[in-house]
Write a protein that binds this ligand. Sequence first.
Ligand SMILES: [Zn+2]
Ligand SMILES: [Zn+2]
Ligand SMILES: [Zn+2]
Length: 137
Amino acid sequence: MVQRNTWQRERVREALADARGFVSAQSLHATLRDDNTGIGLATVYRALAGLAAQGDADSLQSPDGEALYRACASSGHHHHLICRSCGLTVEIEATDVEQWAKRTAERHGFRDAEHIVDIFGLCASCAGAREEKRDAG
Ligand SMILES: [Zn+2]
Ligand SMILES: [Zn+2]
Ligand SMILES: [Zn+2]
C-alpha cells in the first residue's frame, strides 16, 4: 500500500471531527476549501469512504439519497437522531429496535442480520424557530 496523501486524509478526519453532525462530502470539501487546503473533492470522497470502511466514521444515506458522514463518539452499534435543518445529531441506543430486528430476522430464518435505523426530523430549536416565523408572518 502506498501511503500517499496521508496528510489529506488526516485533514479530512479533523474536519469531520469538527463538524457538529452528519455532513456530505461536498460540504466538508467546502469547509476544507475555505481553509485553503487545496484538497480536491475526489480526495474527500475517497478519504471519507476509507474512514467509514475502517470504522472511524459512521455513514448513512440522507432521505434524498446523499451519503453523509460523521465521526461518532461511540464505536459500538448505535442509531442516530438527525435534524434535517441544522444537522444536529444525537447518538441513541434503541433496545426495542434491537429486539424487534433480532426476532424478525429469526422468524424468517435469517442469520447475521444487521439493520440501519436513523431518525430524521427537526430538532427542538429548529422546530421553535419555524414556529416563531409562522407566528410573525
Ligand atoms: Zn454514529
Ligand atoms: Zn436543528
Ligand atoms: Zn440497532
